[in-house]
Design a binder for this molecule. Structure first.
Ligand code: TXA
Ligand code: MG
Length: 336
């Protein structure tokens, strides 16, 4: 088993982990969004080990995590004014910028594209690890979410160990991730901001800083595999149900002897309910914080179906709605 790979993020463990990365091995670490599976971004062989551990296709690009904004120009050859404004407003924090790559960003990182994804995370453990790594001469830590390809992203060290086991050398434990869903991804295409993935930074806050609404991703936007329909899916078939239809749906499926797992928000558990019931937070931040742990727990119930109470169709719920749509899509095509 892999439990012994989980280590508390003490100063000594952080120094050892930075050394492990420079040695070409993998370290999983907490960020404020989800746990990442890290490798030295300058070491193409180490980056290849990420893909092997996740069982992820090699042409999917990974985000490079930076200690601070001063490392940006090592990786991006052009930084449009809008990108600088977003970096200044939201870094360190749950925002990823997709920018034209500099020469040091290898095809292993970019999936052969001419752009690279960059982010400065705010989690104290991620920052301390990036600081130790920079002190040893490292320039960036490549890290996708630390889940096996196709699974829900991890928000605890235990989730990482459950998914990746022996595929990772060290798992730094930093508790539960505060945000709980992945970063917002903004690409700059010919200088124009495009929202590739809603996430920890609200779309309205991007618009406030940019002075314009970011464009929605179009068919010819830079490819972000995390934007494909079947991402973040549990293995149990999952279904979104309107709040006012949830009780009737439960009754109907129970009559058909289906075992149910339910992610409710405003609806109370019926007295006679016999499956697994999870009551989510009412507000979008609290809901996002607990979402992936809830999906993992409901998936582990081995029910015939997971019913998810739909959430409000309001801007504050955009990123959560995006993840719920993917979790309930039911197509097994392409997942990060
Ligand atoms: O919150 C997060 O972003 C987490 C933490 C660990 O930082 N990371 C994360 O990475 O979610 P990942 O690889 O699971 O999802 C990143 C998404 C992928 O869908 C990838 O295709 C896209 O970002 N991406 C990365 N670099 C890109 C690029 N150059 N062009 C387009 N999409 C890119
Ligand atoms: Mg992912």
């Amino acid at each position: 088993m892999s439990a012994e790979r989980i280590v508390p993020a003490t100063p000594a463990a952080l120094r050892a982990a930075a050394r492990t990365l420079l040695d070409g091995r993998l370290v999983a670490f907490p960020t404020e969004t989800v746990y990442g599976l890290g490798a030295n971004a300058d070491d193409a062989t180490a980056v290849a080990r990420i893909f092997a551990a996740k069982q992820r296709p090699a042409d999917h690009p990974v985000i490079v995590h930076l200690a601070d904004v001063s490392q940006l120009t090592a990786w991006a050859r052009e930084v449009p004014a809008g990108a600088t404004a977003l970096a200044n407003a939201f870094w360190p924090g749950p925002l990823t910028l997709i920018l034209p790559r500099a020469a040091r960003a290898s095809d292993a990182l970019t999936g052969g594209q001419d752009t690279v994804g960059l982010r400065v995370p705010s989690h104290p453990v991620a920052r301390a690890l990036l600081g130790e790594f920079a002190a040893l001469g490292g320039r960036g830590i490549a890290a996708p979410s630390a889940n096996r390809f196709g699974h829900v992203s991890p928000t605890t060290a235990r989730h990482v160990a459950d998914d990746l086991g022996d595929g990772v050398d060290t798992i730094l434990d930093g508790g539960e991730c505060a945000v709980g869903i992945e970063s917002t991804i903004v690409a700059f295409v010919a200088g124009v901001p495009v929202l590739l993935r809603p996430g920890g930074v609200a779309a309205g806050d991007l618009a406030r800083v940019l002075g314009v609404e970011p464009q929605q991703a179009a068919a010819d936007s830079p490819r972000a595999s995390g934007t494909l329909a079947s991402h973040y899916a549990p293995r149990t078939p999952a279904l979104l149900v309107a709040a006012d239809a949830l009780r009737a749906e439960i009754a109907q499926l129970t009559d058909r002897d289906e075992r149910l797992a339910v992610l409710a928000r405003t609806v109370a558990m019926p007295m006679e309910f016999e499956g697994v019931w999870h009551a989510a937070a009412h507000d979008p931040r609290g809901y996002a914080h607990g979402l992936y742990a809830a999906l993992r727990a409901l998936d582990a119930a081995n029910a015939d179906a997971i019913l998810i109470e739909d959430v409000p169709d309001e801007p504050a719920w955009l990123a959560v709605r995006d993840r719920l749509a993917r979790a309930t899509h039911g197509v097994d095509d392409d997942r990060d």
